[in-house]
Design a protein around this ligand. Structure first.
Ligand code: AP5
Length: 221
């Protein structure tokens, strides 16, 4: 799943993975877990993430390679936020070729920059379970408290204005070119992500079902 910061990749990926019965692999979530656990990977990743920069390709690719070897990917998987550079895309292609598992589709979520900034600056996340909220669109029932686990709901370190600007710059400089790359490979499904989460989910699942030529629970892999 491609798309700029804040477009709704995580929101859609979680629902798609659950409804289609496949693994949700978010490199951003994996890095945030490593940061929270205080591992060496987390310490390295945090320096880049807090500044809004991309983590170096070799670190991300190694992490994804290890993740794709786990059992829960057998029925299929959805990559959220990976690849993010041409070098990552090429590494993924080599890896999937080795595994004998072609990509079904590349979903590219699109929205205007103004909307991205509104979604990012209003986003709040649970520090314990990672549930996502938004101050206007989806506030927790009790201010600052997660509806799911009772954890503390707060702003992500990289949702500050300077980090948001840098993330949007990184996206334009390094990730936007993937649209053309996957369009050439005839895998691209561009989706208007400016509607409600429900509307966007409808468009994404329709595209995936059309691509795979099957129903839910049979899409990826
Ligand atoms: P990552 O976590 O992947 O961040 P991102 O791509 O910037 O995406 P976001 O998580 O900010 O947004 P999203 O599109 O998932 O939107 P969401 O659904 O949350 O990566 C973070 C960092 O990790 C990177 O900057 C980098 O440092 C590092 N990293 C990760 N992967 C990497 C890689 N492959 N290579 C190198 N470095 C990597 O929605 C946003 C808000 O909008 C929420 O509040 C939500 O409730 C709301 N919302 C969502 N959809 C809608 C809707 N339809 N209507 C109204 N509100 C909505």
């Amino acid at each position: 799943m491609l798309g700029p910061p804040g477009v709704g990749k995580g929101t859609q990926a979680e629902r798609i993975a659950s409804e289609f019965g496949i693994a949700h692999i978010s490199t951003g979530d994996m890095f945030r877990e490593a940061v929270a656990a205080g591992t060496e990977l987390g310490k390295t990743a945090r320096e880049y993430m807090a500044a809004g920069a991309l983590v170096p390709d070799e670190i991300v690719v190694g992490m994804v390679e290890e993740r794709l070897g786990r059992d829960d990917t057998r029925k299929g998987f959805l990559l959220d936020g990976f690849p993010r550079t041409i070098a990552q895309a090429e590494a993924l292609e080599r890896l999937l070729q080795t595994l004998g598992r072609p990509v079904t589709a590349v979903v590219d979520l699109r929205a205007d920059e103004e909307l991205l900034i509104t979604r990012l600056s209003g986003r709040r996340v649970c520090a314990s379970c990672g549930a996502t909220y938004h101050v206007q669109n989806k506030p927790p029932k009790q201010d600052g408290v997660c509806d799911v686990c009772g954890g503390e709901v707060r702003q992500r370190e990289d949702d500050r204005p300077e980090a948001i600007r840098e993330r949007l710059r990184e996206y334009a400089a390094k990730t936007a070119a993937l649209t053309e790359h996957y369009s050439r490979l005839e895998l691209l499904e561009s989706i208007d992500a400016s509607g409600t989460p429900e509307e966007v989910f409808g468009l994404v699942s329709e595209a995936l079902i059309r691509r795979a030529g099957v129903g839910t629970h049979q899409v990826a892999g």
